[in-house]
Design a protein around this ligand. Structure first.
Ligand SMILES: [Mg+2]
Length: 224
């Protein structure tokens, strides 16, 4: 694990991204693609590796597009239109949590205020968290329908901090992609990148993550 520039004494609230951070959408996507392209490969392992590269390739340009849209202030509008055209990719009840996430959330409850800052709608977040029996632990949910601007704009982080009654500078934003890190940094929050989702270490480092951990559950070591 990297050296961490903050301690538990610096943090009052922990804000989590959802896909690739709390829930394993990444692997759900990879498995779906691996099944589709399986007959092109000699072994399931090769198909799985190819599917992973494919998902990464699909995801990275999308994130770059979001970053570009952010400059012209069209992010939320375009994302809403894209989601309406694409429809929901998964049944919300099929997506598992990232390894160890429920346990770590339960450990943080009471010690920190907890929130979700995701590009999913509030309705989707409510459904997912209720299904995973985690809804009661979060004091605020911020979705694409909460604020006009979305990550990597700092507005959703500011909204969450205000709703929780904490300074943005005493929040820790945890997420798997550069938009999470950029939004957190622009809001003046601490940032933690996780490698259990779509993002790669190099891009999270470039975005300026204060610390990068392998899995979300390791947040417990940072805040112990
Ligand atoms: Mg994510």
């Amino acid at each position: 694990m990297d050296t961490c520039p903050f301690t538990s004494a610096d943090i009052d609230a922990v804000l989590f991204d959802m896909d690739g951070t709390l829930i394993d959408t990444d692997n759900t996507d990879v498995s779906r693609w691996a099944r589709r392209i399986a007959r092109l490969y000699r072994s399931p392992e090769r198909a799985h590796k190819a599917a992973r590269r494919l998902v990464m390739a699909i995801e990275s340009p999308t994130n770059s597009i979001f970053a570009a849209l952010d400059w012209v202030g069209l992010d939320a509008l375009v994302v809403r239109a894209m989601i309406a055209l694409q429809g929901s990719k998964h049944s919300l009840h099929d997506i598992p949590t990232i390894n160890g996430t429920p346990e770590i959330i339960e450990k943080l409850v009471g010690r920190y205020k907890l929130g979700v800052v995701s590009t999913r709608s509030i309705t989707e977040q409510e459904t997912l968290l209720a299904h995973l029996r985690l809804r009661q632990h979060f004091d605020v949910l911020v979705g694409r329908d909460t604020t006009w601007r979305i990550k990597p704009h700092p507005q959703p982080i500011h909204y969450a901090a205000h709703a929780l009654g904490v300074e943005p500078g005493r929040c820790l934003m945890v997420g798997d992609t550069t938009v999470d890190i950029l939004a957190g940094r622009r809001a003046g929050a601490w940032t933690c990148g996780v490698l259990c989702g779509y993002g790669e270490r190099i891009e999270l480092e470039r975005a300026g993550a204060d610390v990068i951990i392998r899995e979300t559950m390791e947040i417990g070591n940072l805040l112990s």
